[in-house]
Design a protein around this ligand. Structure first.
Ligand SMILES: NC(=O)C1=CN([C@@H]2O[C@H](COP(=O)(O)OP(=O)(O)OC[C@H]3O[C@@H](n4cnc5c(N)ncnc54)[C@H](O)[C@@H]3O)[C@@H](O)[C@H]2O)[C@@H](O)CC1
Ligand SMILES: [K+]
Length: 501
């Protein structure tokens, strides 16, 4: 699902109005209808609803919702914060249509703002995708008033004051929403940590924008949906054997960090790889044989860290390197030697990335189509420090293009960058997964899938989605606090089943 900019959303609205028998005011009515349908499903008419409206079409949506909720016997009041501003035509029409029984507060100063009880509901229709500058003055005071209350806040389209697809200036007041109901597509701002925290839980409400425009819209950003993955992940076929599903090699672990490579190994197996070999330093050999009997173990000559890769690397369909690897000088040399050979596909994580960051020549020799799985700090060591989230996205696109690689930038909405400059945002996963070891399981899953012959892009899309989904299924049982990386691996089977259904 493509993510559109605010400008593209406006074009989509205009295109729909031009190509369908629907007027702008009727499209607004459709949007309001979708909002009311969602509200009716979630909230009964018991609480008082305060509907804050700004001067544009976001406010127009708010007014239309006020009328529709009133018709359904909800207790609604409208708070207009439009002093001295021109109303958009559709706003004005909805203001004219507002039943006279609905109380309307026209805010001229902060003193006019109604007090909001803790059980009140606030619908934020101050500003939407038409926001063009920071919110200050009375608008900012209205936003602070909402934020200072304990009321439940539902934002229409996006929280007022938040820029949809550019950094929000720090001097702009922004509504802190509990829920955001976005039309047709989520905004890029929802998916990035600095802005996403204002959005609360977000839902996308389809309002029938023209599919031709949506399909043709040019955007580097997409949301990862299960529909796309169902085309890629197929049931296993009859008459296949372990040779059909690839042979993966995992290399990593060091004294005190054999657990990391063990977690990766278990996850690779649960991702369905046919055969798995794991190379650890000597200290890991017995541990691995006991902990993961399904894997074949290789021992490095060194007791505590990796100093060489196996000779015959081309017998493997993928090599995953990094979990628990450490950054010893001879490990770096081994990596450098490895990169001088023709290699099967690579998945690089953790200290393999840190070693790349320390040696720019090594990074320049990175084999094309490698998959890298950094968290933001590791990524910044590889690329350069980011000034803000949007800058980091640009760095991600540039890095993937320059090094012809796939980068899985880990986070709440993990973002997969491709050599052709696309970015795919994941929607599965939860804060319970923010603990040590879950990255190692992801490396194992990716190496396991890549060895089975999935393309690097499909490996990233399927692997990242399944990893998060397994975490979500695990959290349903264990809760987020108690969730550990092994739980993710344990629920991987259920995640596969859900995706294959
Ligand atoms: N037909 C359509 O175009 C549809 C639009 N929809 C709604 O319309 C919204 C977009 O409407 P608009 O484009 O009218 O934009 P907004 O309602 O977001 O606001 C635009 C107005 O606010 C003013 N403004 C912008 N930034 C300001 C600031 N910082 N301080 C004070 N005033 C500021 C502008 O001058 C303009 O008057 C969407 O977010 C959505 O809620 C929906 O009804 C779906 C259909
Ligand atoms: K809003």
């Amino acid at each position: 699902m493509k993510i559109l900019t605010a400008a593209q959303t406006r074009e989509a609205d205009a295109y729909t109005i031009a190509h369908e028998p629907i007027s702008s005011i009727d499209l607004m009515e459709r949007a309001a209808g979708a909002l009311v349908q969602w509200i009716e499903k979630e909230y009964g008419p018991e609480q008082p609803w305060y509907i804050f409206c700004g001067p544009g079409n976001n406010g127009g949506d708010g007014l239309a919702v006020a009328r529709l909720l009133f018709q359904r016997a909800y207790d609604v009041q409208v708070v207009l914060v439009t002093e001295g501003q021109n109303h958009s035509p559709d706003f004005q029409q909805n203001l004219n249509r507002l039943p006279t029984e609905i109380p309307v507060t026209r805010t001229a100063s902060p003193d006019d703002l109604p007090s909001l009880l803790s059980y009140a509901m606030v619908l934020d229709g101050l500003f939407g995708s038409g926001l063009s500058r920071p919110l200050v003055g009375l608008h900012a005071q209205a936003v602070q008033h909402i934020n200072n209350s304990a009321a439940t806040v539902i934002a229409i389209d996006l929280p007022s004051g938040l820029f949809a697809d550019a950094p929000t200036p720090t001097d702009s007041a922004v509504v802190e929403a509990d829920v955001t109901l976005s039309f047709e597509r989520p905004k890029l701002a929802f998916l990035l940590p600095e802005s996403g925290s204002f959005v609360g839980k977000w839902h996308v409400l389809p309002i029938g924008l023209h599919p031709d425009f949506l399909n043709k819209a040019d955007s580097p950003y997409s949301l990862l949906t299960p529909e796309r993955l169902k085309e890629v992940l197929k049931p296993r076929l009859k008459f296949t054997h372990k040779g059909t599903y690839g042979n993966a090699l995992l290399v990593g672990g060091s004294y005190g960090k054999i657990g990391a490579i063990t977690l990766a190994a278990k996850a690779a197996l649960r991702a369905g790889v046919g055969l798995l070999t794991v190379q650890t330093p000597m200290v890991g050999y017995s541990i691995l044989q006991v902990a993961v009997p399904e894997a074949m173990a290789l021992s490095d000559a060194h007791e505590q860290h990796i100093t060489a890769f196996p000779e015959e690397v081309n017998q493997y369909q993928c090599i995953g390197i990094g979990p628990g690897l450490g950054q010893a000088a001879d490990t770096a040399l081994a990596l450098e030697k490895l990169f001088r050979q023709a290699l099967p596909p690579l998945v690089l994580d953790a200290d393999a990335l840190n070693l790349l960051a320390l040696d720019r020549q090594l990074l320049r020799n990175l084999p094309a189509n490698s998959i890298l799985t950094p968290h933001p700090k590791e990524f910044e060591r590889l690329a350069s420090p980011a000034k803000h989230d949007y800058h980091r996205l640009q760095l991600l696109k540039d890095f993937c293009q320059e090094h012809e690689c796939y980068v899985v930038l880990k986070g709440y909405h993990t973002c997969i960058g491709t050599p052709t400059g696309e970015c795919y945002f994941n929607t599965t996963g939860n804060p319970g997964m923010a603990t040590g070891g879950t990255g190692d399981t992801l490396t194992g899953i990716l190496a396991g899938l890549r060895a089975q012959g999935f393309s690097p892009l499909d490996t990233c899309l399927v692997g990242v989605y399944l990893h998060g989904l397994a975490g979500d299924l695990a959290a349903e049982q264990e809760g987020e606090y108690a969730l550990i990386a092994s739980d993710v691996t344990q629920y991987l089977g259920k995640a596969f089943q859900q995706l294959l259904q």
